[in-house]
Design a protein around this ligand. Structure first.
Ligand SMILES: [Zn+2]
Length: 82
């Protein structure tokens, strides 16, 4: 399970560059540890930061910034498990 702050990341979608890094996160589904509800953000709902992404719970507004480099590590983990 990938976790950041209060969030457990169920799945994510991203555009990868040729080097295997994340260019842009286009969707995140997470479980919020504060209100214990699932939240899905699509490309329009996500806030894109330089080199990272701000994910938030649509129910209680808890938010967390995560670097795209960190997200790229998640993908490698899930690839190894698959
Ligand atoms: Zn929440």
């Amino acid at each position: 399970m990938n976790t950041i702050g209060l969030f457990s990341i169920e799945r994510f979608e991203a555009v990868f560059n040729a080097a295997g890094g994340v260019d842009r996160v286009t969707g995140v589904t997470l479980n919020c540890g504060r209100c214990d509800r699932a939240s899905t953000s699509d490309d329009h709902a996500l806030v894109h930061l330089p080199g990272g992404t701000l994910v938030r719970c649509e129910h209680c507004g808890t938010h967390q910034a995560v670097s795209n480099a960190k997200i790229a590590e998640w993908d490698r983990q899930s690839t190894l498990e698959a």
